[in-house]
Design a binder for this molecule. Structure first.
Ligand SMILES: [Zn+2]
Length: 207
């Protein structure tokens, strides 16, 4: 759950030039809905919590729904599936160690955040890449501001509490996570553009 305003702002900024207003609003609503309480509990794949493979699989499945919906001449489910896909793709950078691994390859000063590569193959395939683990109840107490310090003292280094880059409060790496998430959103859109026939793509963007 990168904080809701960041999901909304980056999805809007990246996709606004490509979708009709009504399509865009549905994509954004489906993205944000993943962080409602019903989407947080028991849905590790939605947010790259605990398990890298579940997140990867969820993205592939939602991409499949986009294509299958457009093949059957539907449209609403394609927008919803794409909104869900963008949420998970964005959370990847705030809930895994991808950004620390990307930064670690530079010995001195790393390039600025806009130059981050969101899909560097050797990092994506590395056995060192992992998702932050949710330790209950401490990782829930982490979300209560008064208990955050205490929960961090007790949580291990591989916990969501220690690893997350959900907001600027988490330090300078947040800017990299945000930039990577925005670039990945465009990457996912362009990937669908390649996969869809021109007719299906025109219906998808609704323009
Ligand atoms: Zn999330």
């Amino acid at each position: 759950m990168m904080l809701v305003p960041y999901h909304e702002e980056m999805t809007r900024e990246i996709l606004n030039p490509h979708f009709s207003p009504r399509a865009l609003e549905i994509v954004i609503a489906a993205n944000l809905k993943q962080d409602s309480w019903s989407g947080l509990i028991g849905h590790d794949g939605f947010h790259y919590d605990n398990d890298l493979e579940k997140g990867n699989r969820y993205i592939i499945e939602q991409r499949g729904y986009v294509i299958a919906t457009l093949m059957s001449r539907g449209i609403l489910s394609a927008w919803i599936a794409f909104g869900r896909l963008t949420h998970t793709a964005q959370d990847f950078y705030s809930h895994t160690n991808y950004i620390s691994m990307w930064l670690a390859q530079y010995e001195s000063a790393p390039p600025p955040p806009p130059e981050v590569d969101p899909v560097q193959k050797n990092i994506l395939r590395s056995p060192d890449l992992h998702a932050g683990k949710i330790y209950l109840p401490l990782d829930a107490l982490y979300f209560i501001p008064a208990l955050r310090k205490l929960s961090l003292k007790l949580l291990p280094r591989d916990s969501h509490g220690h690893m997350n880059l959900d907001s600027p409060q988490q330090g300078p790496n947040f800017a990299y996570a945000r930039a990577a998430a925005a670039k990945r959103t465009l990457y996912e859109f362009e990937l669908l553009q390649k996969l869809l026939s021109p007719e299906m793509f025109a219906r998808f963007v609704d323009k």
